[in-house]
Write a protein that binds this ligand. Structure first.
Ligand code: PLP
Length: 381
């Protein structure tokens, strides 16, 4: 039987269209900055990809800057805010490490914007914090992800943006996990800047984008040539960008299908729950349709992942970047669920996932659970 890959939030399999586009770009000659025919053809590949990525989130192509991935896109926004005078950054408590660590390294003061037990950012805290803003801290800047990589919880970015706008603030939205898994309205979600990553939507790794609105002041991050409208020097990653564009086009076509994953996920949860008292993190709120963060007290996450792997089912213990580290998941800790962090796994489907994949996951998990229970020492009555 073939393996089941349910770790799309770490990296989605590359879509055939993206693979074809990347290979075609690799096979072609030409620097996009050259004025001859080959150069112009390479430039056209980039601009077509820019249109496709922009269309996926409904923003003008002229506002899309290609980067080396989601990490760099987030860094470009945060470092630009600091360079343009923000001296205090409000960072969502469940943000990806690349956001939190870039903020901490930026030299600005960093405040953690708390979340509730469902992982939702506390808007009252934001309102209160902004109403007491010290002018010496410069322009308010806040980062709030659209959807969480570990739990799939969707944040109220549009409401947060209203508060920030009332104080001339800048809201940066990390939409790396949301894009391609839910409809993302690049401006409607309230973002003044928004980060995307190709490999989370079925494009190649090492390609991403930042889109920005009129209220974001972007700096030049890499110096040299005038690529990406002077914001990011260096010859563009043509195959990566071509693959990103093709993946964005394909995403736009199957985004409705992806919604079906929620029903498949819920069926898997119901099957497991009939035999095991699992907890589903963030279950009460809005979540991405593809993501399940499941915790079972007494059944260690790495044991769950290894048992599933032996059965040919690939899932992870948290975000790819934090797995392997001993520290508990910062996202679950921020939700007050530290006690579940060591026994929580993340299961995430995507464009090639079938209902049978979710079924096989549920079956394999239950078998692993029963084996685990049978090995546990029984306490004498
Ligand atoms: N933001 C979120 C929410 C992520 O999940 C990730 C990757 O896991 C990133 C940013 C980083 O993206 P990239 O791997 O393209 O640098």
């Amino acid at each position: 039987m073939s393996d089941v890959y349910l770790d799309y939030n770490a990296t989605a399999p590359v879509r055939p269209q993206a693979c074809e586009a990347a290979i075609a770009a690799l096979s072609a000659v030409g620097n996009p900055s050259s004025v001859h025919g080959a150069g112009r053809a390479a430039r056209a590949v980039i601009e077509d990809a820019r249109e496709a990525v922009a269309a996926l989130i409904g923003v003008p192509a002229s506002t899309v800057i290609f980067t080396s991935g989601g990490t760099e896109a987030n860094a470009l926004a945060i470092e630009s805010a600091v360079a343009s005078g923000s001296r205090r950054l409000l960072i969502g408590a469940t943000e990806h490490d690349c956001v939190t660590q870039t903020a901490l390294a930026s030299g600005a003061a960093v405040e953690v914007w708390p979340v509730d037990a469902q992982g939702l950012a506390d808007l009252d805290w934001l309102a209160e914090r902004l109403s007491n803003w010290d002018a010496l801290d410069g322009r308010p800047f806040a980062a709030l992800m659209l959807a969480n990589n570990e739990t799939g919880v969707i944040q109220p970015t549009a409401q947060a943006a209203e508060f920030l706008r009332a104080h001339n603030g800048w809201l940066h939205v990390d939409a790396v996990q949301a894009a391609g898994k839910m409809m993302v309205d690049g401006r409607g979600c309230g973002a003044d800047s928004l980060a995307l990553s190709a490999h989370k939507i079925g494009g190649p790794q090492g390609s991403g984008a930042l889109t920005f609105g009129p209220r974001a002041t972007l700096m030049r991050r890499l110096h040299g040539g005038g690529q990406e409208r002077g914001r990011r020097a260096g010859t563009e990653n043509l195959p990566g960008i071509a693959g990103f564009g093709a993946a964005a086009l394909a995403c736009a076509l199957d985004i409705d299908q992806l919604a079906a994953q929620a029903a498949w996920r819920e069926a898997a949860v119901a099957k497991i729950r009939a035999h095991a008292p699992i907890e589903v993190i963030g279950e009460a709120g809005l979540r991405l349709p593809n993501t399940l963060c499941l915790a079972m007290q007494g059944f260690a996450a790495d044991l769950q992942v290894m048992s599933l792997d032996l059965a040919g089912i690939m899932v992870s213990t948290g975000s790819a970047c934090s797995s392997g580290k001993v520290r508990p998941s910062p996202a679950l800790s921020a939700m007050g669920l530290e006690h579940l962090a060591s026994c929580a796994i993340r299961v995430s489907g995507g464009w090639a996932t079938t209902q049978d994949d979710w079924n096989r996951f549920a079956q394999a998990w239950l078998e692993a659970f029963v084996r685990h229970q049978s090995r546990r020492p029984t306490t004498a009555a």
